[in-house]
Design a protein around this ligand. Structure first.
Ligand SMILES: *Cc1c(COP(=O)(O)O)cnc(C)c1O
Length: 332
């Protein structure tokens, strides 16, 4: 991810606190929050978040991409962390209120407004190492972000790691800090020791995902990716790309892929591999690194099908193509 991605914030955010009930949504300065140093989140990592984007269309309208699916996943992460429950509509209003407030600041494509809903356990109770936080805070930060591919498209170097684990296999569906913390040392090791940019984690079943993106491969007219199970994060971009691919007439196959199969097929010139996530949409993988050896993916250059799918998805997000799936929510 680009180094400065997400370092600029709009001056205010929406907040709501749970203490028996959810407080009315309020806007407050986004430069600080106050909490007790014994807050549950700081000790026992009761934290999860979402990442979605709002786009400015040529007619001046502002649209949020797949907000409902992101809110559903936010609810699921919160539930897996035993954080207080919330209604879908409450979070939808927190998001649309703050995007509405900064409607005029949503940049034109290829830039966008990145939206970061966050939910943390607030209870000051360091004895609750094995119990949930009774109180919590939700807030929605906004950060204008530029084009991920500024400076041209690059092909990523991806380390295939069957030893390190991103997170526990039963915790993969939480989009939260704890999982990022456990993945960090493997990713930093891969950068330092293998000149890799990302790590594709794998277990006995096959390859899973990277620290913050889903993995998929394309071979001719077929797109193959891991089937949904509880060991990994079900990306909204993954779902969107598979939907487009299916409607384009591609064969979509959801099945496990072993490292051996991946490396065997990588040399095929028709082969492409990509990482999907909200930030980059769909980024091409140029090289797999496994047991000290480099394997070029396809031609080693960003593949045409990955690029075409990304452009097709961007066209819907940017209002340059119709939205037949109802993925866009208007604001204001
Ligand atoms: C956010 C995330 C993704 C990508 O999800 P999108 O909804 O496509 O942005 C994939 N894997 C992990 C671990 C993530 O945190």
């Amino acid at each position: 991810m680009a180094r400065d991605f997400g370092t600029r914030f709009m001056p205010e955010m929406t907040v709501s606190k749970f203490d028996g009930d959810w407080s009315p949504i309020a806007a407050q300065s986004s430069d600080s929050i106050s909490m007790h140093p014994g807050a549950h989140v700081l000790h026992y990592a009761s934290t999860c978040f979402e990442g979605l984007k709002a786009f400015r269309h040529a007619d001046g309208s502002v649209k949020i991409f797949r907000m409902d699916k992101n809110i559903a996943r936010f609810a699921q992460s919160s539930e897996l962390l035993y954080l207080p429950k919330f209604s879908h509509d409450h979070v939808a209003k927190m998001i649309t209120d703050i995007v509405g407030q900064y409607r005029d600041d949503v940049p034109e494509p290829p830039a966008s407004m990145y939206i970061r809903p966050t939910h943390i356990g607030l209870e000051a109770a360091i004895g609750k190492a094995a119990e949930p936080s009774d109180t919590s805070l939700m807030y929605v930060l906004l950060s204008p972000v530029g084009d991920y591919f500024t400076g041209g498209e690059v092909s990523l170097r991806l380390l295939l790691d069957s030893v390190g684990m991103r997170c526990g296999d039963d915790h993969g569906m939480v989009k939260g800090g704890g999982n990022y913390a456990s993945a960090l040392k493997h990713i930093q090791g891969a950068i330092k020791n293998h000149n890799a940019q990302q790590v594709l984690f794998a277990n006995e079943q096959g390859v899973s995902e990277t620290g913050a993106a889903n993995f998929l491969m394309i071979d001719g007219n077929e797109i193959i990716t891991k089937p949904l199970d509880s060991s990994f994060l079900h990306g909204v971009t993954r779902d969107s790309v598979l939907t487009l691919a299916r409607d384009n007439g591609m064969q979509v196959t959801e099945r496990d892929i072993t490292i051996e199969e991946l490396l065997e097929r990588a040399a095929n010139p028709e082969y492409e591999a990509g990482l999907s996530g909200t930030a980059a949409v769909l980024a091409a993988v140029g090289t797999f690194i496994h047991e000290g050896k480099d394997y070029a993916v396809g031609s080693g250059q960003p593949g045409p099908k990955i690029r075409a799918l990304r452009e097709q998805l961007n066209a819907i997000q940017w209002g340059q193509a119709p939205d037949p799936y109802g993925w866009l929510t208007p604001v204001g």
